[in-house]
Design a protein around this ligand. Structure first.
Ligand code: F6R
Length: 609
């Protein structure tokens, strides 16, 4: 996720671009930059860090009074968050500039071809290929050049391009990543999101996938990739600025829950080969290294630890490697037995959690191979690990982890399959089944989100309930743990996550009328056993709510209430199963009147022990 903005009109572009970027800073804040178009050339100013850092640089620079330009605030997905990787990127001549939000999957092939043609690259980004491709098409109108680039580039692209030869024009294009057009009087805008231009116009149009828009001060023309005109569907924005920043959602947390289909699609993007097999080229760990491993440890804190729990089941089942998991604050002081054949996976969305960093440092000191799973490019975890897998969820503003959790699950499932392929531990049929299950997840999560109304009704029923248990077995156990944690942290309700089969060894004494027991039963290995455990809870007066798979009629018999998620292979289903529990916690917390984005006593990133 990044924020992009473009302007063409009669006012000073810079004076509109910088406030526009500030409104989009929630989309990323690794670096920022602007480009201004003039017939003599394009002036670009960029800076690693937040928009305030860019503003400080701009104050010290004489800037042209251009009326056409664009800006970018970056959430790095490709290349470290440095100034040289900051957008806008330019071509070899300095007469073309590009900003981009998304991931170009075939950038390596395109770059190799362009380097072969003599182009010189100045960054590690995938985006820069677009500038050089447009440079190659200098004879064509910019709009047509962008159409041709869109036909060649694979993956997700929201682009804004300017060229000094057409200094009164801004061209945008979209596939997969959002781009909206703001329609003003004698001026027009392009942006990733409405808040960037809402102060200037309420007239807008959403650019659909595989469309190119050409803006000058007075007109906005949209075409498909063959150049056929497409009608501009104008809309009027009713939201105020604050609502617009949250995309019309009342809170960032709800917005982030709803972003999960897109976030998961981004996590999957470019991580399969032509034959559809998982290929994590960015890991830079040879198959020989992966084959030499004889033991795995997964370490993390909080929600990331619940992802680690799922990873244990996946790695053990799919690779037959013994896998231990640890809460990072325990791992670092318990003197675990590690050596150079141990693979240690550290999971941290922020990549800055002190305990997780200490754990992976310990592992490195023992000579173990360390893989980091992080949402933040170039975080401390990413830099210190031997290899890193990014989750690409985009920035998460709500303190409670939601989209970063589901994308961790997906990234770890991809890693499990990568490891299984390298070690030859799963047959092709099993790999294919799991892979197609994982690839179906964005759509499946979209379908689960349609159940929100039903879940909100249950939440209002339980808004005053004081005691919850969340139970599951096998892959459903981490989901139950995560459901309980969400409820604790945002609704301030006592909620215990427990292995369903362990209840009879003590905690069942707490079950009585008035206690709500949430059961998760999607893992086919153990589903029937979980049902039996839930019967035991019901017999003691617990009110039973179950998350099950569609078509599972047996569940309805033990449950007072059930939510059915689309069927998926075991463990893959954790991703869909957790979404109703995120929504349940969300609605209970809001019914109780709490600020879910900033729960009490919590910090988004815990950099102390
Ligand atoms: C819960 C939550 C925390 C974090 C934990 C680890 O919603 O957000 O439990 O999961 O503090 O944070 P990271 O993943 O940044 O290491």
């Amino acid at each position: 996720m990044c924020g992009i903005v473009g302007y063409v009109g009669s006012r000073s572009a810079l004076d509109l671009l910088v406030p526009g970027l500030e409104r989009l800073e929630y989309r990323g804040y690794d670096s920022a930059g602007v480009a201004l178009a003039e017939p003599e050339g394009i002036r670009i100013v960029r800076k690693a860090g937040r928009i305030a850092d860019l503003e400080r640089v701009l104050q010290g620079e004489p800037m042209p009074a251009a009326t056409v330009g664009m800006g970018h605030t970056r959430w790095a997905t490709h290349g470290a968050p440095t100034t040289s990787n900051a957008h806008p990127h330019r071509d070899c001549t300095g007469r073309v500039a590009v900003v981009h939000n998304g991931i170009i999957e075939n950038w390596a092939e395109l770059k190799a071809e362009l380097v072969g043609n003599g182009h010189v690259f100045a960054s590690d980004t995938d985006t820069e290929v677009v500038a050089h491709l447009v440079e190659e098409l200098a004879d064509l109108p910019l709009e047509e050049a962008v159409r041709q680039v869109m036909r060649r580039a694979e993956g997700a692209l929201a682009l804004v391009v300017i060229r000094a030869d057409e200094p009164d024009v801004v061209v945008g294009a979209r596939r997969g990543s959002p781009l909206v057009v703001g329609l003003g009087e004698g001026e027009n805008f392009l942006a990733s999101d409405i808040p960037a231009f809402l102060a200037y116009t309420r007239r807008m149009a959403v650019l659909e996938d595989d469309r190119v828009v050409r803006l000058d001060a007075d007109t906005a023309t949209i075409t498909d990739l063959d150049g056929n005109p497409v009608a501009v569907q104008e809309r009027h924005v009713e939201w105020d600025l604050e609502a617009a920043e949250k995309g019309g959602y009342p809170t960032f947390m709800l917005k982030e829950i709803y972003e999960q289909p897109q976030a998961i699609a981004d996590t999957l993007r470019g991580r399969f080969d032509q034959a559809g097999r998982v290929r994590l080229r960015e890991l830079e760990l040879s198959d020989d290294v992966l084959r030499a491993v004889d033991k795995v440890f997964v370490v993390a804190c909080g929600t990331s630890y619940h992802a680690a729990m799922m990873a244990k089941y996946a790695i053990e089942r799919w690779t037959r490697l013994p896998t231990e998991i640890d809460i990072a604050s325990e791992f670092r002081y318990r003197d675990p037995v590690l050596d150079d054949r141990t693979l240690v996976i550290g999971i941290s969305q922020s990549g800055e959690t002190a305990d997780t960093l200490a754990a992976i440092r310990y592992a490195k000191a023992q000579g173990s191979v360390v893989v980091g799973v992080s949402n933040v490019v170039d975080s401390s975890l990413a830099r210190e690990a031997d290899a890193v897998l990014y989750t690409r969820a985009g920035p998460e503003i709500g303190v409670a982890a939601t989209k970063t959790f589901t994308t961790q699950l997906v990234a770890l499932q991809l890693f499990g399959l990568h490891l299984a392929r390298a070690r030859g531990s799963l047959d092709d049929g099993a790999i294919e089944l799991l892979t197609s299950g994982i690839r179906a997840l964005p759509d499946q999560v979209r379908r689960v989100l349609e159940l929100d109304g039903e879940i909100a009704e249950m939440a209002s029923r339980w808004a005053g309930t004081r005691d919850f248990f969340f139970l599951g077995r096998s892959g459903d156990f981490p989901v139950a743990m995560e459901g309980a944690l969400k409820l604790k942290e945002i609704a301030y309700v006592r909620a215990e996550g427990y292995p369903a089969g362990e209840m009879k060894h003590g905690p069942i004494a707490l079950i009585e009328p008035g206690v709500v027991v949430v059961g998760v039963a999607t893992d086919s290995h153990v589903r029937q056993k979980t049902f039996a455990n839930m019967e035991e809870m019901r017999a003691r007066g617990g009110e039973i709510f179950m998350v099950v798979e569609e078509g599972d009629e047996a569940a309805r018999k033990v449950a007072d209430h059930a939510i059915a998620v689309p069927a998926a292979p075991d463990l893959v289903c954790t991703v869909t199963a957790v979404v109703p529990l995120q929504l349940l916690a969300y609605h209970i917390a809001t019914e109780r009147g709490f600020d879910v984005d900033k729960p009490r006593n919590l910090a988004k990133t815990v950099t102390v022990e």
